[in-house]
Design a protein around this ligand. Structure first.
Ligand code: ATP
Ligand code: MG
Length: 404
């Protein structure tokens, strides 16, 4: 473990577990995980005058670069976790695959949100789906494939399907599309025979997501329902404005997200991802117990961003309903944009993009661009949905992002 003090955090003695009163600015908030989500949480916390501490093994992580303190240690390093609990008055997470046991260890000393059990559930596709069923929210037909017997017994109606590792998947990693029983068997073996779920491959009309923030008192607020376009199983574009989705569908997605959060007694920020099938029906895909890529538009289009909401749930501050003030389109900036001109990495044409009105550039401080790597995002706001879309399409053309 190494501890780097990047700058002096506001000083205040750590306070007791489960405070009745909110943690006010001047206190220090901790984050397990140093990726871009942690970086943007740190920015939001520092804007309000909080101190920050990030635990991440990477010496140059996006969040570690900007935090008051960076503890360079593994997520399960007892000394690192003890140091985090010493420095932080409350701890959140930004990385879904942080060991739930680390959150449980921290929770013995400090308020932690979200709780270890909710994070553990989101890390396990079978537990996650069982929770959807408990909440009465429809998910894709599925079967657990954790043994040769379960493989042999996989229901034929789940094919064609998609085999997903039970744990540790993101951005489509650990997934195989399969059409026949032979392909299913080959796919399960290629994934090292680890526990998986087989989901029926659904005919999607579109995808959407909802972000809710739930306080310790059970109060819930939410961001508007986001319409998402994925390319190669990675989020490419999010569009949020009146009319992005049929009203009844958006309402149904919101109610489902609220049931899922309430069913977990969830405290913190939660994103629920949905599929809309070609017959117009809604199916839940998965949950993320943290800020989500599809919520990044809220930084520039809403009066409270998803990171502000995460902070409020963690610090026990009042949750007021966020209001979207501008129609918005978010473009993900993946590593391939750095190679649009050829094999040698080049800086994308930021000045040309920023000459378009209503563009907001967010870069994560990652040194190396690689295809598929999330390097940043561009939020585009406009006076109308048409204007925001038109500007976003111009920016996409400049950057080499395919039109949408
Ligand atoms: P994330 O980065 O969101 O955590 P992940 O690796 O957990 O992604 P999923 O959300 O399970 O992956 O799937 C990624 C994408 O693949 C979905 O957004 C959707 O476009 C497609 N997909 C996944 N499952 C199905 C399915 N059962 N039917 C049709 N499309 C699917
Ligand atoms: Mg997903």
């Amino acid at each position: 473990m190494q501890h780097h003090a990047n700058m002096t955090a506001p000083g205040a003695a750590p306070i007791a577990l489960r405070p009745q009163a909110p943690l006010l600015p001047g206190r220090t908030l901790g984050v397990l995980g140093g990726g871009q989500l942690g970086r943007m949480f740190v920015h939001a916390a520092q804007a309000m005058g909080y101190g920050t501490v990030v635990l991440d093994p990477d010496p140059d992580s996006p969040a570690g670069q900007v935090s008051h303190h960076h503890i360079q240690a593994g997520y399960d390093d007892p000394q690192g976790l003890a140091e985090l609990a010493r420095l932080a008055d409350a701890v959140t997470t930004e990385f879904e695959n942080v060991p739930a046991a680390a959150l449980a260890t921290l929770a013995a000393r400090r308020p932690v949100a979200p709780a270890a059990n909710a994070v553990a559930l989101a890390q396990d596709r079978a537990q996650e789906k069982a929770h959807f069923v408990r909440c009465g929210v429809r998910c894709a037909p599925y079967a657990v494939i954790a043994s040769a017997e379960q493989l042999a017994a996989a229901p034929a109606e789940l094919l064609p399907g998609i085999l997903k590792t039970m744990r540790l998947g993101y951005d489509g990693k650990g997934q195989r599309r399969v059409t026949t029983a032979a392909e299913l068997s080959a796919a399960w073996h290629s994934l090292g025979q680890q526990p998986c779920v087989l989901e029926q491959w659904l005919a999607l009309a579109l995808e959407c997501s909802v972000i809710v923030a739930r306080g310790a008192d059970g109060s819930i607020v939410h961001l508007p329902v986001q319409r998402n376009l994925h390319r190669d199983a990675i989020l490419a574009v999010t569009e949020v404005y009146a009319g992005n989705l049929p009203q009844a569908l958006a309402e149904q997605a919101l109610q489902a997200a609220i049931s899922i959060a309430n069913g977990l007694q969830y405290v913190g920020l939660l994103c629920v991802e949905f599929f809309v099938l070609q017959d117009g029906s809604l199916v839940v895909n998965e949950i993320a117990p943290r800020p989500h890529n599809s919520g990044h538009y809220s930084q520039n289009a809403c009066d409270l961003s998803q990171f502000d909401l995460q902070l409020r749930t963690l610090a026990g501050l009042p949750l007021t309903a966020p209001r979207q003030h501008s129609p918005a389109v978010m473009l993900n900036l993946l590593g391939e944009l750095w190679f649009a001109q050829g094999a040698v990495a080049q800086t994308p044409p930021w000045a040309e993009v920023l000459a378009l009105p209503g563009t907001h550039l967010h870069l994560y401080g990652k040194g190396q661009a690689r295809p598929g790597r999330k390097m940043g995002h561009l939020n585009v706001t406009g006076p109308s949905p048409q204007a925001a879309r038109a500007t976003a399409l111009k920016a996409a053309a400049l950057l080499g992002i395919a039109p949408f």
